[in-house]
Design a protein around this ligand. Structure first.
Ligand code: BDP
Length: 603
């Protein structure tokens, strides 16, 4: 668990140097790195770009599929004028576990390949000199880790990742590395909650620093006018006639905290926030007390060459595609994304269902391995897994709580909730995470196809439901799709009859589609079939008032494990992997641009 996860900024008290670029890189299949002294750095490695996943740069399969320990190392310079400040190296993401060394000295370790962590190196670095950082990373998958999977050893001695999920196990320093100089005992966290009435917004804030100093707090509008001020560690900023943050109509204020120690300013942190409230009421999702119908996507951080390495260019394109098609939301399936993704969403008014990498918590998901018939939550790995799970939920909420775009927290994807043994795990997870978000945003998880209303033992936990359903693709496919529709309607009729009064969002449905494959009449994999499947789902969505959102799977095609169910990746994208539209994109664009934001509001 991290103490604070504020995003790096530069001002008169804070410096931020990116350590991106080429690092030295080495595989360590024999686990000899330490004995060879690689923690002190090495120069004979492969030149490896950061941020990026290492996998797809290689032309030989052993390298691409490499599973085990590997090392990154880089020289960096700490300016003399940093002396007196706290020096940190902040890793945006090291997938999946890392040990950090600076000048040969072990600083810390971290597990969780999709969240940032900070190595404090104030007393380790040499000021006014070159230093060296080395990171040993391990990308194995285990049942007691997130995301869940196994690591097999082949007869030739090589290790292989066996994920209980389909996305490729892209690994490495997937996000930027920052060298930071910040005030000692400075600001390390803050949070806000909102109260909105007719002509007024109240921002309740709370800020944390390591000194007992005073705080001056201000809120500035987009024209640079200070609209409210306050003092103290906790307090209120009252804004008369505020411009609210609305869906696809964002407005961002800047909140600024100045820390005063012994009458002298010693630190400052500023960030952009949006004034808005979020609530679930009956089967409505409310933003600023108004009903919102979600349309958007499940996504992946995935692109050619750099794999899961964050690429601002790809993200800019994705956001433009989402705007073009009329989307207003996405789910960070199946892990927290780079922090800049949320900044884009804040700016564009896109709602995010923010997910932790608790994916693969279902033995049937290991069916790529040949099906394992055991309830996941009966496993002896559950205790260790839970500790990592709640740790990552805690850090996710700490990292992302101040983004206006974050609508909800998704605590798992498709866990096996069909057996009673899941219940204690869920009870604990929902109890332990209840107070982590000061805004108390809704918490949820996606329900797999098998976990229908009569099967799932965990329906009481989520504040609203995310359903992943694949009739027309994984069952009742092709010409049988009409039976798929009938089955879906039968299931939803059961929800309707029940006394559950919460919204349902369809968080996954779709058909693998080979771009350019046309067939009249349609056939599975053709662009025509993808549209017919979407039309079928849309007919169903429009027949039930309690369905409050649609997020087809997936925004774009993405890389997966090899297997007889995948032709070079998952092709359920509405866009191709190089972000060009399939015919379905034009269909969805027509539908989504017609649907009002408050679709079904008065029902
Ligand atoms: C769902 C998973 C998602 C997969 C999808 C599929 O949540 O990660 O990519 O199925 O098979 O079960 O396309």
């Amino acid at each position: 668990m991290e103490k604070g996860l504020l995003y790096p900024i530069i001002n008169q008290y804070r410096s931020d140097q990116k350590l991106d670029g080429l690092w030295n890189f080495k595989f360590d299949p024999a686990a000899e790195g330490e004995s060879q002294g690689w923690q002190k750095g090495f120069n004979n490695g492969i030149k490896m770009p950061v941020p990026a996943s290492f996998n797809d740069f290689f032309t030989d399969k052993d390298a691409r599929e490499y599973t085990g320990d590997f090392w990154y190392s880089k020289e960096f310079f700490v300016p003399k004028y940093y002396e007196g400040q706290e020096i940190q190296i902040r890793f945006g993401a090291a997938t999946h576990r890392a040990v950090v060394y600076v000048n040969g000295q072990e600083i810390r370790s971290h597990e969780g390949g999709f969240l940032p962590f900070t190595a404090e190196v104030t007393n380790t670095v040499k000021f006014g000199e070159k230093n060296i950082v080395s990171v040993k990373i391990n990308n194995e998958l285990h049942r007691d880790a997130l995301p869940a999977g196994d690591t097999a050893t082949l007869k030739n001695g090589k290790k292989m990742a066996k994920p209980f999920f389909d996305f490729y196990n892209y690994s490495g320093l997937n996000r930027s590395v920052h060298l930071l100089a910040v005030p000692k005992n400075g600001i390390y966290d803050y949070s806000t909650t909102y109260e909105i009435s007719d002509h007024e917004a109240i921002v309740h804030y709370s800020v944390n620093a390591d000194t007992d100093g005073d705080f001056k707090v201000s809120l500035t509008d987009e024209n640079g006018n200070v609209v409210a001020t306050s003092t103290g560690k906790d307090g209120d900023l009252t804004v008369k006639n505020p411009t609210l943050w609305n869906v696809r109509d964002a407005y961002l204020y800047t909140i600024r905290f100045e820390l005063i120690d012994n009458g002298k300013p010693v630190d400052e942190y500023g960030d952009q926030i949006g004034l808005r409230t979020i609530e679930i009421k009956g089967h409505q999702i409310l933003v600023n007390h108004k009903s919102v119908y979600l349309r958007g996507f499940g996504r992946h951080e995935d692109s050619i060459y750099a794999g899961r390495g964050f690429d601002m260019n790809v993200e800019r394109r994705d956001v433009n595609l989402m705007k073009w098609i009329g989307a207003n939301s996405f789910r960070s399936s199946h892990y927290p994304y780079d922090e800049q993704v949320y900044k884009f969403a804040d700016r564009e008014g896109i709602l995010v269902i923010d997910e932790v990498p608790a994916v693969g918590f279902k033995m049937a998901a290991a069916s790529f391995l040949g099906g394992l018939d055991q309830s996941f939550f009966d496993g002896d790995w559950i205790h260790d897994l839970y500790k990592k799970h709640i740790d990552q939920v805690t850090d996710l909420i700490k990292r992302d709580k101040n983004h206006p775009s974050v609508l909800a927290w998704s605590l798992l994807n498709e866990p096996d909730t069909s057996k009673k043994s899941a219940v204690p795990y869920f009870e604990k997870l929902f109890k332990d995470s209840a107070n982590l978000d000061p805004e108390k945003r809704p918490r949820t998880f996606t329900l797999n196809e098998d976990d229908t209303i009569d099967v799932s033992k965990c329906l009481r936990f989520p504040d609203f439901y995310l359903l992943n359903r694949y009739p027309g693709w994984y069952h009742k496919w092709g010409y049988e799709i009409s039976d798929g529709e009938a089955g879906l309607r039968a299931e939803l009729d059961e929800w309707k009859k029940s006394d559950i009064d919460k919204p349902i969002v369809f968080s996954e449905y779709g058909a693998d589609t080979e771009p350019g494959l046309h067939k009249l009449p349609s056939i599975m994999w053709s662009e025509e079939y993808q549209i017919e499947l979407l039309e079928m789902f849309d007919r169903v969505f429009d027949s039930y008032d309690f369905i409050r959102g649609e997020q087809p799977w997936n925004l774009a095609d993405f890389q997966t494990v090899e297997g007889n169910m995948r032709v070079n990746g998952n092709k359920k994208g509405i866009f191709t992997r190089d972000r060009q539209p399939k015919a379905a994109a034009f269909y969805l664009r027509k539908r989504w641009n017609k649907l009002p934001l408050d679709w079904k509001a008065d029902k």
